[in-house]
Design a protein around this ligand. Structure first.
Ligand SMILES: *[C@@H]1O[C@H](CO)[C@@H](O)[C@H](O)[C@H]1NC(C)=O
Ligand SMILES: *[C@@H]1O[C@H](CO)[C@@H](O)[C@H](O)[C@H]1NC(C)=O
Ligand SMILES: *[C@@H]1O[C@H](CO)[C@@H](O)[C@H](O)[C@H]1NC(C)=O
Ligand SMILES: *[C@@H]1O[C@H](CO)[C@@H](O)[C@H](O)[C@H]1NC(C)=O
Ligand SMILES: *[C@@H]1O[C@H](CO)[C@@H](O)[C@H](O)[C@H]1NC(C)=O
Length: 765
């Protein structure tokens, strides 16, 4: 077999730069082998076999005997057999063997194993917990909810996975285990971390010579430790990132049980391993699956997350996923799958460090220099020559011992360059001026701070008006309540969903920038100068990877509070209660387009609001057949549908693009000047009793929206009512995206049920 390697492996020690693993997919010549994922028809299971595993092995045996000689070096075998997340297997095949498999009885579909994308941004080191309200305190839910995390493994010794305060009774439905492996034994699981398994047969099949560097569920990357502690880590006091963001770390659902399914390896990330992890998580009995990764540019019937999350949804398991870090361009998201939750990333109201001027004025800025450097009462050097900070030579001319104030630059890359020059010029410290959010990301390797252009006016005025201006930079300080927040992070991937543009994705936004959570202590988390590497038990990371587990934690709390709710009901509660406003009560901004407000294609319905989601008033539910109706409308073949549904118990009698979804997107072709879209929705009253709701619409520019009826009266709890929405769009000026919303407001009550509306040209997908 040809040796296949990831294009990109971990460049130790700075693995954090890795954002993508492109591990492809080896379209070799006839004699070359690749791993294939093969879907089979469960209803055609031959009764001569006792298990599906036996059946799949016999298929492989028979194809092998037909093509002897090509692959006689080592016996062909199953990489995995799958029975929950999908029905079928993965195996290494030559193209001739693949043809033989395709002719087997019960064959549905086959495609090559493929690589996915992990959703931590290239900008790293950040912080923060969801500090926006008392959500954690509002509910003690999460007890006995099991969250399965599909990720890079876990660092079991982290304090976040201790089980003090956890009850000793694991729910009886739990069927998982704590799998032994390298540096990992069964005593590493407890009443918090109740399960840990690992899946790397796909990595090995893709490259038989590969050496797995940590052959167990132990995390060597930090990503899985971070995401799982964000979902459900225990309370840990005194957690911080080198003194920043100090406080009691805890997961969103601090009493939830966690189970880790390691499918992402330093040696690669493969669909076959992801399917195996999802398959086991569903079989083990998890309530929520948190998956911070995705597969770009694949149709639903070949997307391992779409396929496996359909099976999860059927069982009432909520799958919460990350939108990806491909923003801010439109149409970049992955996991835009109608039956799961797709989460965008936002900023939080927290910053670090300050600049104190000689006259006593304090300016809050941004620094993550990982130590308490003493930069006190030093001369503040301001040189009007704006290029002073742009070269070491220029700097050494103007500068002596002191803190240099570098002029405003708009390109964040220049600030990064300036940082390097300032360091080389051996100054004691530097103040950079920038309004670009990117500058705020990443720690500083030497003492410096970033301040805004507005605050810089004060500093420049002070520097000019004093003969001997001085300043101090304060490190290891944390400030909360910073305005305005949240904003959509620039890196957060945008809708519409390439794989299914007729549902509005992402669904919601959650904190993703500068999230503090547990980390692997052997992986450097900061650097001073060029060669001092510093580890940390807690780290600040940014990405939709960090946003997703916040939503997964809230979903776990909702599952605990409303065990009877379907996955669609939980998603509906999250969407209709999300906030489109920031902490200044203005529309949430988009850091990808700093002058603009964020559209629902960037943030879905807005910032997740857990307390409100507990009591949404109305919900939009959906059945598995409703989702199948979408697949039918896509004109998928019967076999393509079967790869997702696994069984023929669904039908295509009512194909429809219109799902009972808590949001609306009307796509128009750029050939037509006007378009009419009709949507039908059914809401269930989950409030406390009788209620009357009235519709209030904010029309997207260029559209007329009609809701009928405009009033919904419910006589009792769980009663359903239906209504129609008609969106008439007349193209105005150039093609553009416009958005508004429909809010159902309870008469004399507390509930408001909001659905974003987007009208967009089809061409942007
Ligand atoms: C598991 O490993 C830990 C640490 O190496 C050790 O202290 C413990 O005794 C081991 N437990 C078992 C059951 O092997
Ligand atoms: C500003 O600095 C640049 C780079 O060192 C230098 O070439 C230029 O002469 C300086 N201009 C002034 C007005 O000092
Ligand atoms: C599906 O097929 C029907 C009938 O041929 C056609 O009208 C429709 O546009 C097709 N839909 C898609 C999404 O291709
Ligand atoms: C689309 O709308 C945005 C915001 O309203 C605007 O900035 C942009 O210029 C518009 N684009 C076009 C092509 O009209
Ligand atoms: C219409 O959309 C198609 C892609 O869907 C694009 O290729 C074409 O350029 C667009 N036409 C105009 C006039 O924008």
């Amino acid at each position: 077999m040809r040796e296949s390697k990831p294009n990109f492996v971990f460049p130790f020690p700075f693995m954090l730069f890795i954002t993508h693993w492109f591990l492809l997919a080896f379209h070799g010549s006839a004699a070359e082998s690749s791993t294939y994922i093969v879907h089979m028809d469960k209803s055609l299971f031959p009764s001569v076999f006792t298990t599906h595993h036996d059946w799949f092995e016999s298929i492989i045996d028979s194809t092998k005997s037909g093509t002897l000689g090509h692959s006689s070096i080592q016996p062909q075998k199953l990489v995995y057999s799958y029975s929950q997340a999908m029905y079928g297997f993965s195996t290494v095949l030559t193209s001739e063997e693949l043809e033989a498999v395709k002719n087997s009885h019960g064959f549905v579909a086959a495609y090559p194993d493929r690589g996915g994308t992990i959703d931590t941004t290239h900008t790293f080191q950040f912080l923060s917990l969801d500090s926006s309200s008392g959500l954690w305190h509002a509910s003690n839910f999460g007890e006995d909810v099991i969250v399965g995390v599909i990720d890079t493994g876990v660092w079991p010794e982290s304090k976040s996975f201790r089980d003090d305060g956890m009850t000793k009774k694991i729910p009886s439905k739990w069927k998982g285990t704590c799998q032994e492996g390298q540096d990992f034994n069964t005593s590493m699981c407890n009443f918090k971390l109740i399960g840990a398994r690992y899946f790397n047969q796909g990595v090995i099949a893709a490259n038989s010579k590969v050496r797995i560097s940590m052959n167990s569920a132990r995390d060597t990357y930090g990503h899985g430790t971070h995401t799982s502690s964000t979902v459900g880590g225990n309370y840990v006091s005194g957690a911080s990132y080198f003194g920043y963001a100090k406080g009691v770390a805890r997961g969103i659902a601090p009493r939830a049980r966690l189970a880790m399914y390691k499918v992402i390896w330093e040696e690669g990330l493969y669909a076959s391993d992801v399917l195996a992890g999802m398959d086991r998580a569903i079989a083990d009995g998890v309530d929520v699956i948190s998956i911070s990764m995705g597969f770009d540019g694949v149709p639903l019937y070949e997307d391992p997350i779409a396929i496996s999350s359909f099976a999860a949804m059927e069982k009432g398991v909520v799958v919460s996923s990350s939108a990806g870090n491909g923003g801010p361009d439109l149409g970049t998201l992955h996991n835009g799958i109608p039956w799961l939750l797709t989460v965008a990333a936002g900023t939080i109201d927290r910053t670090f460090g300050s600049l104190v001027l000689g006259n006593g004025q304090t300016i809050i800025g941004w620094t993550l220099f990982p130590a308490n450097a003493i930069v006190e009462n030093l001369p503040l050097i301001y040189n009007k020559n704006t290029s002073a900070c742009n070269s070491v030579k220029a700097l050494s001319k103007v500068a002596m011992e002191g803190i240099i104030l570098c002029d405003l630059v708009s390109d964040p890359k220049i600030v990064i360059k300036q940082r390097r020059f300032v360091k080389k010029a051996s100054l004691s410290g530097a103040v950079f001026i920038s309004d670009q959010p990117l500058v705020n990301e990443g720690y500083a390797r030497y003492p410096s701070i970033v301040i805004s252009a507005k605050d810089a006016q004060t500093v420049i005025m002070y520097a000019k008006s004093h003969r001997k201006p001085t300043a101090s930079i304060k490190f290891q300080e944390t400030f909360v309540g910073i305005k305005s927040a949240p904003a959509v992070a620039d890196y957060s991937s945008r809708g519409p969903s390439p794989s299914y543009p007729w549902v509005l994705k992402p669904d919601i936004m959650a904190p993703g920038s500068n999230v503090l959570a547990a980390y692997t202590p052997h992986t450097p988390a900061a650097e001073i100068g060029d060669n001092v590497l510093l580890p940390s038990d807690y780290n600040l990371l940014s990405g939709t990877s960090m946003a997703c587990p916040h939503a997964s934690g809230v979903a776990a709390l909702l599952k605990g509070a409303h065990p009877e709710w379907s996955a669609a009901a939980i998603r509906s509660a999250l969407v209709t209660t999300a906030s489109p406003l920031d902490n200044t009560q203005n529309p949430i901004r988009d850091y990808g387009y700093p002058s603009q407000y964020a559209s629902p294609l960037a943030m879905g319905a807005g910032q997740i609001d857990p307390n409100k989601a507990l009591d949404p008033g109305l919900i939009y539910d959906a059945t598995p057949q409703d989702y199948v109706n979408l697949l039918c409308a896509l004109n998928y073949t019967q076999k393509q549908i079967l790869t997702i549904t696994r069984s023929g118990s669904y039908n295509c009698a009512k194909p429809s693009f219109d799902l009972n979804y808590p949001s609306f997107i009307a796509l128009y072709s750029n050939k037509t000047r006007s378009v009419v879209h009709k949507f039908k929705r059914t809401v269930t009253n989950v409030g406390h009793g009788p209620a009357i709701y009235r519709a209030k619409v904010t029309e997207p520019k260029g559209s007329v929206v009609t809701v009928s009826p405009e009033t919904l009266s419910f006589r009792y709890k769980n009663e359903k009512r239906s209504y129609d929405v008609l969106i008439k769009y007349r193209k105005y000026k150039k093609e553009n995206i416009s958005y508004g919303d429909l809010v159902w407001i309870e008469d004399g009550g507390t509930h408001t049920v909001r659905s974003p509306i987007v009208v967009a040209p089809r061409g942007i997908v």
